[in-house]
Design a protein around this ligand. Sequence first.
Ligand code: PAF
Length: 275
Amino acid sequence: MRSRPEFFAAREELLGPTALVPTMGALHAGHVALIDAAVRTNESTVVSIFVNPLQFGPSEDFARYPRTLDADLEACRAGGANLVWAPQVEDVYPGGPMRTIVDPGPLGVELEGASRPGHFAGVLTVVAKLFGVVRPATAYFGEKDYQQLVLIRQMATDLDLHVGVVGVPTVREPDGLALSSRNAYLSPTERTQATALSRALMAGQRAAVFGPEAVRTAAAVLLAAEPEVHLDYLELRGEDLGPLPRDGAARLLVAARIGTTRLIDNVPVVFGAKP
Ligand code: PAF
């Protein structure tokens, strides 16, 4: 269903604690894992499908972002979702351009935010609106967009939204490539080159037993060996994306361009642990 009144009426019928899985559609096995996690632990599950113009820069891929509504609806049904909201832009932003925008704070201009100005303000604003419309007890997001997950957690805490934010591990192709709707843009050659990202991250993970410098070097060496992968950043940070802790858990993150496609990926890193 699309319109707000239709959605509100159907939402009233849902039983018990309700989960929300916000998506931009073009659903793949990564989204199915989110729906599955939500359905397994909640009475009712709502999936939203909305390509949010507010989070795309003027030169980004809003217009060509894959839109596969019929297949998406079928994936939601097969996954056991109780309700799908696939609004139009005017259903989400009925008042036209937003006057109130959620500021993601300092982390919003680092990593992805450095290359995509305004992106996280657009993400947080639409997620806050989806929380307001759907009123979920819990919401599910993929760890693939790790910075997004951290910022949504930050927003839920800072604004006392009373929504539990659950991160679901990244789903990968057998060769390690993280599932992403943007993988559809890759040519067969680029698709092969793109595995350098996950290969680098996993090499970094394996080097964790030797400390942070070894992690960075192992990943960087692998990326440098693939000249068609144009690195934006390779960073090792704390789990909350703050400074690297002296020991314990960290996150290794990468962003790179292959042809005209920008891909991101990340893995957990535990220092001192044998891979
Ligand atoms: O991760 C996404 O698909 C989007 O950023 C989200 C969270 C649905 C907000 O538009």
